[in-house]
Design a protein around this ligand. Sequence first.
Ligand code: KIV
Length: 280
Amino acid sequence: MKSINAFQRLKDNNEKIAMLTAYDYSTAQVLDKAEIDGILVGDSLAMVALGYKDTYNISIDEMLIFVKAVSRGASNSFIIGDMPFMSYNISVEQGLENAGKMIKAGASAIKLEGCNAHILSLVKRCTESGIPVLGHLGFTPQLMNTIGGYKIQGKTSDKIEQILESAKKLEEAGCFAIVLELMPAESAKYITENLKIPTIGIGAGKDCSGQIVVTDDILGKFTDFTPKFVKKYANLHDIVSNSVEAYKREVKEEVFPSEKESFWLDEKERGKLEGGKLKV
Ligand code: KIV
């Protein structure tokens, strides 16, 4: 899947869109092989890969390193570069320039959080310039301080209407799809049914046009916290931890490296080493 048209086609055919995040080359290779519908190089990597407590501390230049790694690993996939905090908030020119850097780094599209007059102008300028934009509404981590924390959004009819109104404006401005994060399933369903473009849910129930989750969450690799909406398909944390312990034990007990994992001199050269002295 290489273009935004595939997103719309899947929605129009009532086929769900399956997206995941990736931050590195080898994970990207796995997602590419699985033909996942879209790969987001999310700014969640600030927390998941870099250990920050939120997503505020990552810059556009840092994001570009991860976008390049993912694009080398997933050359057949539709890759979306997540614009980090303050890389698009200052002016339309700043946002457009940084969006261009994402595309040059190998992304096919970008993602922006929120909806206000500035965001709408930027969405228009990006799409007019050939840069597809994925919107992001509901809980928007980059706006956490003004939202008042990590909170479920769209819990009352007027809030649902507000989100739908923003979604329609983003659709009108040119977004090819919108992420809906952390909201009651009924709210996301209502918003999805009233849009032409697809919605991609995360913690927003099953009736969005598609789903996205953080890959490290569903693989059980990131364990600092696990949101309620995460289903674990593996427990990589335990697998990695057991493997590291086994390696350490084997080194201490001189089990690793064995003959099999070692290189050996040929017989003639070995002979020269006999007696602990090198006979040249
Ligand atoms: O940064 C991120 O990974 C996201 C998601 C939608 C998962 O924004």
